[in-house]
Design a protein around this ligand. Structure first.
Ligand code: SF4
Length: 372
């Protein structure tokens, strides 16, 4: 299917695409946590792009930050130091795990971008937390308006919500293509599709998703029958670990990742005040591991496993990602109680231990395949 190549290409050419947008006179704003309300940036007629890393070593970043920092953050800081993100008109972070908070200071200190903003995201969902987050989102909106010299109107916000919600419901339909057995698209393809949504103009992405949904049922080369796997764990901006699983007898059919289902599963609801609707959506969404809502996240993971007929789960945690490391043993217990075999693995963003990773996954797949 050619449309799948288009998603892949959008990732490969993402810097050129953003540079083109910027040279057309429209601002590009980088963001780094899925608690950043992209709708505000979009409503300011700017392009929100998630800052990804690069699967190369983070040598440059290692000269500035401890090597026991999360390797995803080291990698994207490394890319920024190399100048890959020089086109950004600004960078927005949202308080999440400690690693991410501190890396924001590094960006602000060492990188010369015109605009930086930090959103204080509560780590719980109490009434007070909602009130506080509402004020934080308003503060973000005002600071963006002042920086870009442009008022963000209520109708622009409502339009952004509509475009983003459409993207979310289309992505859900794309995920549902993997309820088929065997699935109609692979896990690596699905990850590419979600990642491309995080860096592309959303209306253009919606168009591509609609094309995919028409073409996928007639696909002549769908994935073959294999063990149905759910992936849980740290952020995944690199499809290689998925490719490894799918090269040794697995089909990834579900996930609970920040760069997967947790990115788009929840809609912005209706409210006459669009900022209130956005606040509710972002604070009530499937919680990330840094939130004090562990059980709610586990419930989503287990629901995904059931809905997508999962036969085994792999928890892939990035080295030094303490938020996920704390949660992993409990999540593994809960998945095992549901009768699923579980493999826990730590990996480096650069995939320096690729061969070892592959051997462990291959052995797990063989074991699950035998009892299937
Ligand atoms: S939650 Fe984990 S993977 Fe995500 S930024 Fe924090 S340390 Fe890195």
């Amino acid at each position: 299917m050619n449309i799948l190549t288009a998603f892949k290409d959008s990732l490969l050419t993402r810097h050129n695409m953003a540079e083109k947008w910027s040279s057309g006179g429209k601002p590009v704003v980088g963001w780094s946590c899925t608690y950043t309300p992209e709708e505000i940036i979009y409503a300011a007629d700017a392009l929100p792009v998630m800052v990804f890393g690069n699967p190369e070593s983070a040598k440059l970043a290692d000269a500035y930050i401890p090597t026991n920092t999360c390797s995803f953050l080291r990698s994207n800081f490394n890319s920024a130091l190399k100048g890959n993100y020089n086109y950004l008109d600004g960078f927005v972070a949202s308080s999440s795990c400690d690693n991410r908070d501190k890396i924001f200071d590094m960006w602000r200190y060492y990188l010369k971008l015109p605009y930086f903003h930090f959103i204080n995201t509560p780590h719980s969902k109490t009434r007070k937390a909602h009130k506080f987050f509402y004020e934080e989102i308003l503060r973000f909106k005002t600071s963006l308006e002042e920086t870009l010299g442009k008022r963000i109107s209520a109708s622009a916000l409502k339009n952004a919500i509509q475009v983003y919600n459409e993207n979310r419901s289309l992505l859900k339909r794309v995920y549902n293509l993997r309820r088929n057995d065997p699935p109609l698209i692979s896990g690596a393809e699905a990850l590419e599709i979600v990642l491309s949504s995080m860096i592309m103009e959303k209306k253009a992405h919606n168009k591509m998703l609609k094309k995919l949904l028409v073409e996928a049922p007639h696909r002549i080369d769908p994935p073959k029958d294999a063990v149905r796997v759910l992936i849980s764990g740290s952020i995944m901006d690199n499809i290689d670990p998925f490719k490894i699983v799918e090269s040794v007898g697995g089909n990834i059919v579900a996930d609970d990742l920040c760069t997967g289902s947790a990115y788009f599963w929840d809609m912005v609801g209706s409210d006459t005040n669009p900022i209130r609707a956005i606040t509710r959506r972002y604070l009530n969404k499937i919680p990330s591991a840094f939130m004090l809502e562990q059980k709610e996240r586990f419930r989503h993971t287990i629901k995904m496993a059931k809905q997508f007929n999962v036969e085994a789960a792999i928890i892939l945690v990035l080295k030094f990602c303490d938020a996920h490391m704390f949660d992993a043993p409990q999540l593994a217990n809960e998945l095992k109680e549901e009768g699923l075999p579980v493999l826990y693995l730590e990996w480096e963003h650069s995939l320096s231990g690729r061969a070892q990773l592959k051997t462990r996954i291959e052995a797990f797949m063989e074991m699950v395949g035998e009892v299937k």
